[in-house]
Unconditional design. Sequence first.
Length: 395
Amino acid sequence: MRITIVNGFFLPVPPVSGGSTEKSWYHLGREFVARGHTVTMLSRRWRDFPHEEISEGIRHVRLPGWDHRGKLLHNLLLDFLWSWRVFFALPTADIVVVNAVALPVWLGWLKPRAGRVVIMTGRMPKGQYRRYRNIARVLAASTYVRDRVLAENPGLAGVTRVWGYPIGWRLLSIEAGVAPAGLPETHAGEVVLGFVGRIHEEKGLGLLADALKLLAAMPGLPPWRLLLCGPSDIARGGSGLVFRGQLLQRLSAAMNASRFNLLDPQFNERTLAGVYQRIQIFCYPSLAEQGETFGVAVAEAMAAGAVPVVSRLACFTDFVRDGHNGLVFDHTAADAAAQLAHALGRLLNEAGLRERLATAARADSQRYDYAAYAERLLADFAQLTAPAKPASSAP
């Protein structure tokens, strides 16, 4: 098959500057090539990357893009401009995977030779699905996202499937990561609580700080520390340096400053794996009811053997099961911080529970491994591109 993969306007491929979408499809593209398929990948032009090249079997076409902006309307405008830029660069293919908002509106009927249109729901629907026609497949990241897609456009019910999101399970679970610069040493018996993701208000990091203040006051807990890792700047999806400073102040008020670290984002996958593999309890108290579509960081942490503690967002329910492979707390409750502190304290106190949940988390996340995910996708793509069977005529 000839497969084209369209990425967004603000990050490069290979994913040297982060981005779960760019990372996922880069690895899936490599899996497709390894199975004998032809892959073209369109992404943002970046520094000294060639405008066009073939690398690891993938043909890369890089077009001028822009940095991510702080306002949704501005980003939507840039996506519209990007979509037209991509439209004129698309090659003839059998499948075109689109990670852009505007392009699917017109692609299927204006340029059918680009291939059957497949959409990955990397972002929560915001009305655009009402305008989508001639779509072969919608890959919904979660059941919650699927329901939101169909609420906007019930006509897509026949082509929408829940797929989750692919991760590098083998690297995280089996291979040894590399400790990045600044990763703190842990002492014998010390349990590491961690968060990996955008340092943004909607991720519930303020709530986490409140919970840790309560946790620090609990008697009899084994020694523990906090490790945060992710971008703070707006260009890479954070809330900016002001929020970063405020968060550090709140954490300093909650606990001794020597017990927490905030690392810069790690874009090398082996060093990122090294961060995940240091964490035993993964805290993801997101408040983004309209923003979270799956929770890639949560699945990655599970693969690395951490127990996830997550807010009760609908997108997590497909793969985090309370009491089986993680713990869930009600982020909307008046005592949300106390609930989160209780869950963390329980895991700190009960090593047997922590080990049991971690084992289940690692096993359950394996279905999202790149290789397994690519196999399922290719089987689906083969069905989408198979010649239509002729209607049988009556004798």
